[in-house]
Design a protein around this ligand. Structure first.
Ligand SMILES: O=C(O)CCC(=O)C(=O)O
Length: 257
């Protein structure tokens, strides 16, 4: 286990890493401080309420003993207006890689409580048939940190560049030493290509690690890939594209947040 950095060192190392890793090359990209702390606090309150209210049959079938709760969009309108502001970097990344007609296929919160175990390294989805040539991403998942995530909270561990290999979704994965940890600060997010090898680590702290997350999938790619848990309310399935969400949230090219 790595020594826990001081908050300053942690911020510096996250900043350094944020500029040095990018989605096409590494399969993951960090966007720092996309939300203000006040926005994060209200999301965390709403997520905690949703966790209390949800029934076991609603939960996503996620690896390890995490709680994977589908969420109601309208409870998160205000933060979504900021997260999905078309002028900002996150939407540019989603649009450039998946197109504006990409579908919202996951909208949920992931809670890794103290003591929750390490997941086996895995990919979230991969092409059913081995692709002949390299392909662009088909699902991108954005995880928003709802507290400062330190190394002892069992952050996401990612093996950069593994999205460029074909890893069948059901297979055990042999990993190398060269992983990175998503020890990001509250209000930052990371966008992950669902083909990259990753895992959530054991939460050794006394603080639940809570993430808001959403995934968009390239249009008409669903039958070609297997794997994702597709954690989303059933009434949202195939309902929202990135473009449609922009209309709903009434954000457009001229809105500044
Ligand atoms: O624990 C996490 O941070 C994320 C877990 C995850 O990516 C997964 O279950 O596929």
């Amino acid at each position: 286990m790595k020594r826990k950095n001081s908050a300053d060192e942690e911020e510096k190392s996250t900043k350094k890493r944020a500029v040095s890793i990018n989605l096409p090359e590494h399969g993951i990209e960090i966007i720092t401080k996309i939300l203000k702390i006040s926005d994060v606090e209200s999301i965390l309150n709403n997520v905690n309420k949703a966790v209390k209210k949800c029934k076991p049959e609603d939960l996503g079938d996620v690896r390890g003993d995490r709680i994977d709760v589908p969420l109601s969009l309208h409870k998160f309108y205000e933060p979504l207006k900021i997260l999905l502001n078309p002028q900002k970097e996150l939407v540019q990344i989603l649009k450039n890689h998946l197109g504006e007609n990409a579908s919202l296929v996951e909208f949920a919160a992931m809670v890794a409580n103290p003591g929750s175990v390490s997941q086996p390294p895995h990919v979230d989805s991969s092409k059913i048939e081995k692709p002949v040539n390299s392909e662009p991403p088909h699902i991108l998942t954005t995880f928003v940190a709802l507290q400062d995530i330190s190394a002892d909270m069992g952050p996401l561990e990612v093996w950069p560049k593994t999205h460029l290999q074909w890893v069948p979704e059901s297979e055990d994965v042999n990993t190398t030493e060269n992983s990175i940890l998503m020890t990001v600060n509250s209000g930052s997010c990371y966008v992950m290509d669902s083909r990259v090898v990753h895992r959530g680590l054991k939460n050794n702290s006394s603080i639940p690690r809570v993430l808001l997350y959403f995934s968009f999938q390239r249009k008409k790619s669903q039958n070609l890939y297997s794997g994702s848990t597709y954690t989303i309310r059933s009434d949202y399935i195939n309902k929202f594209t990135l473009e449609k969400l922009h209309e709903m949230l009434q954000v457009n090219e001229t809105v500044e947040n």
